[in-house]
Write a protein that binds this ligand. Structure first.
Ligand code: CU
Length: 175
């Protein structure tokens, strides 16, 4: 199947760059952050779908992540969907937060397969050191789609998945 050879090629490029195979997929960079902090990261899109250009990148924001702002990108329109916060509602700067960003999508480009691009997010992280947050992404291309939504089962390696969801490891805050 051709997609394996494209992924294979991306993995070779990743290896040549001295980075892990996972970086040949859509990932969140950086992929570690101090728990509870405000944080800036970007979804890195290193290839299209089976050689086809990327037209849209849609990401689901995990529970507990607040104050999300996507990056404005010339040539791309940004759509932000929100959801009501169920259960205990957090306070930020003395204000009770009842709604949060649920999903962000960038549509436009196209981003050709032989180029990479990044799609930025700023956010407030939950105070949950040791936890890994997953940001499932759907990458729509001119032809085809990649669903980077797989979450490793307990003990399973992220790299073992075919379409792993971008992950962010929350680390203890520096003392
Ligand atoms: Cu890949």
């Amino acid at each position: 199947m051709r997609s394996r050879s494209v992924m294979g090629a991306a993995a070779v490029v990743a290896a040549a760059l001295g980075v892990g195979p996972a970086l040949a997929h859509v990932t969140l960079q950086p992929n570690k952050a101090p728990a509870g902090n405000y944080f800036q990261a970007a979804l890195s899109v290193p290839h299209g779908c089976d050689g086809s250009a990327t037209l849209a990148v849609r990401v689901k924001i995990p529970d507990g992540v607040l104050s999300v702002k996507p990056q404005m990108k010339p040539g791309w329109t940004v759509d932000i969907k929100t959801r009501k916060i169920e259960g205990e509602q957090p306070k930020l700067h003395g204000k009770i937060i009842t709604e949060t960003v649920d999903e962000v999508s960038w549509r436009g480009g196209p981003l050709p397969d032989n180029l990479y691009d990044t799609f930025g997010l700023v956010m407030k992280l939950p105070d949950a050191a040791g936890k890994t947050l997953y940001f499932p992404v759907v990458q729509e291309c001119e032809k085809g789609v990649h669903r980077w939504i797989e979450i490793p089962a307990a003990g399973q390696k992220h790299d073992a998945l075919r379409e792993p969801a971008p992950a962010l490891r929350l680390e203890p805050k520096a003392p």
